[in-house]
Design a protein around this ligand. Sequence first.
Ligand code: FES
Length: 211
Amino acid sequence: MPLPYSEKLLEYFRHPKNVGKMENPDAKAKEGSPACGDMVTLYLKVDEKTKKITDIKFESFGCASNIATGSIITELAKGKTLEEARKITWKDAAKELGGLPPVKVHCSVLAVDVLRSAIEDYEERHGLVKEKVETTKEIVLKRLKHVVNPIVGLDVVKTNIVKNIDVTDGVVRMLIDLPRDHQFAKNIEEEIIERLEHLWDIKKVEVTFGE
Ligand code: FES
């Protein structure tokens, strides 16, 4: 039986807005949904003075609901300040789309999460983080929960391939339990570095492979 999607949701799925990759974004974020394993990447251009979002694009490897909510959220966020955009909720997106089937709520949560992560990424890259919490092993682990292990489509923490995390003097070190020449090793390394390198107190991220 087809899911009870609203006409508006289907329209946004068929003709999504703000879709695609952005060259030289001011910030970007990638998030995966633990509920379904789908992925979304979101890019921002921000006016440095006013902190308004001047351009926004997303790429979704999610379902129809995710593409539609990504569309709506990017439309809602465009022209808003980072503070205003941060307040957009999945309920706002669902309301704009004329409702969402309950089984599809997580798809809109994913779209909101990736927008908030991109805002955080902008703040980290531009030294705007207000609460400067010291980076600990727990914070590193929390961030790594967003890095997908493409071999199984689950995050690298859950799949237990991250070992020996250490944070000392602004350097994060870890061992990834995969051979250096594994086809996804470079990919995973890049994502890990991207997730951690903009933390305010981190100077370097060192990822080694193999055991
Ligand atoms: Fe994965 Fe919708 S089912 S994003």
